[in-house]
Write a protein that binds this ligand. Structure first.
Ligand SMILES: [Fe+2]
Ligand SMILES: [Fe+2]
Length: 240
């Protein structure tokens, strides 16, 4: 489904929508894409905002599904422009919305930057959105950022895996079962965005043990399959 210009929004799991904006090769070599995820529920969650200058595209895509003003949480994996650049613009539009992030993100950056205090989740803490339930998983420095973590939605078994499995290019299906590991490893070989923490197996296991069935990637296609197995394969590649 197209929303405005090139930004599209597609339901990839029950009540979970992927918003994706392609950036052509003329702008970023090889092309790239920026995704946000919208969980439609009693307490609607936007996971990642996109950069400040893509605000109107993301806002308009959300508005094709729910009123933007109804957003309750605006979550993000770590503090970086594509994850939370337009946070304050969304907070301004949605009076009941709170930033949702890790304890470290709140302490180090978000409560300084955001126009309202963050709702920080500790490692393993759960939050009900209505029918959907999300759990925060701390993964410091995986792939990057001291404050980094990922969010798991248990009813659809969707892992919002942020920058893990980043795929280059600007033309992707919304949801694929084709391999995303090799395309993301190609991307990493050209531009390594991982911190190479020594804890990679231990941290990846914290994600894999939830047996996700959808990996909601921030760059490229979302993926459907045995997410636990794919995360463990990625760990082996990273540790090699
Ligand atoms: Fe990032
Ligand atoms: Fe990102």
């Amino acid at each position: 489904m197209n929303s405005n210009n090139s930004t599209r929004i597609d339901e990839i799991a029950s009540g979970i929508f992927r918003i994706s904006t392609p950036v052509p090769p003329e702008t970023i070599p090889g092309g790239f894409s920026f995704n946000q995820y919208l969980v439609v529920d009693e307490a609607p969650l936007l996971y990642h905002t996109g950069t400040n200058n893509m605000f109107t595209k993301v806002r308009d895509a959300i508005a094709t599904v729910i009123p933007v003003e109804s957003l309750r949480y605006i979550g993000f994996s770590h503090y970086e422009a594509d994850e939370c650049g337009s946070l304050n613009k969304f907070l301004e539009m949605a009076p009941n919305a709170e930033p949702l992030c890790s304890q470290i993100a709140k302490m180090v950056s978000v409560d300084d930057f955001a126009s309202r205090p963050a709702h920080a989740l500790s490692d393993g803490e759960e939050l009900s959105l209505g029918d959907h339930k999300v759990k925060w998983i701390d993964t410091p420095h995986l792939p990057h950022g001291w404050e980094c973590g990922h969010l798991f939605e248990s009813t659809t078994k969707t892992l919002f895996c942020g920058d893990l499995f980043t795929q280059g290019g600007h033309e992707h299906e919304a949801l694929t079962s084709n391999d995303i590991l090799e395309p993301s490893e190609q991307m990493r070989s050209a531009l390594d965005y991982y911190s190479h923490t020594g804890n990679v197996h231990q941290l990846m296991e914290k994600l894999a043990i939830n047996s996700p069935e959808v990996l909601a990637c921030m760059h490229g296609a979302a993926w459907k399959g045995d997410g636990g197995a794919l995360l463990r394969q990625l760990a082996i590649r990273l540790a090699a």
